[in-house]
Design a protein around this ligand. Structure first.
Ligand SMILES: Cc1cc2nc3c(=O)[nH]c(=O)nc-3n(C[C@H](O)[C@H](O)[C@H](O)COP(=O)(O)O)c2cc1C
Length: 176
């Protein structure tokens, strides 16, 4: 089998986005999957150039059936990273919904027993985030958002991380 790649899903979250986009470039063989919202939010934050690297293959959400996820069953991927993960996508993960590109990646990675690392945006009842224009914003995740993050921590094969640094450490463990 050829070298296994990293599948890295980016959802439409501003929180952690700049750090995640910068991190993605550090890895050797990555397929980046953008949700429709991610495609928009990345443009709002003017981060498109962060996703231009020879070793990156960027795929956008266009088709409803997400045929790209077949790579998990074929053994193409060593690990799935979802970072950052919106409250919307985390809610879908915990409910077993797979009706979008990223929720399909999550489901198919699970069904293929490929390990998954998730960095949710909703980690605490209050957080300071940075808006598209560099402005600081106070965000108060709802109990349902925090409950979903907590539920995800109990999923087999899924590691929920609390920071970009923890995500990088966890990923290094899978790539060693
Ligand atoms: C500028 C901007 C920043 C956003 N940041 C966040 C965020 O940090 N966390 C979050 O849960 N949703 C955030 N959203 C909302 C999501 O983009 C929205 O819920 C979207 O439907 C998520 O779709 P996805 O999970 O398929 O990417 C943001 C939206 C905009 C326009």
């Amino acid at each position: 089998m050829n070298e296994q790649r990293i599948a890295w899903a980016i959802t439409g979250a501003g929180h952690f986005l700049a750090d995640c986009a910068a991190r993605v470039l550090r890895y050797g063989a990555v397929d980046v999957y953008l949700s429709r919202a991610a495609n928009e939010v990345i443009r709002m934050y003017r981060l498109e150039s962060c996703l231009e690297g020879e070793h990156l293959r960027v795929r956008r959400e266009t088709l409803a059936s997400s045929p790209a996820v077949a790579g998990f069953a074929r053994g193409l991927y060593r690990v799935l990273v979802v970072a950052p993960a919106t409250s919307n996508s985390v809610a879908k993960f915990t409910c077993g919904i797979s009706d979008s590109l990223v929720s399909n990646l999550f489901a198919q990675a699970g069904k293929s027993r490929v390990p998954i690392i998730v960095l949710p945006t909703d980690l605490a009842p209050e957080m300071t985030s940075t808006g598209p224009h560099g402005d600081l914003i106070q965000v108060y995740p709802r109990p349902i958002d925090l409950e979903n993050t907590a539920r995800l921590r109990g999923f087999p094969g899924v590691t929920v991380v609390d920071s970009v640094e923890e995500m990088a450490d966890c990923l290094a463990g899978y790539l060693a």
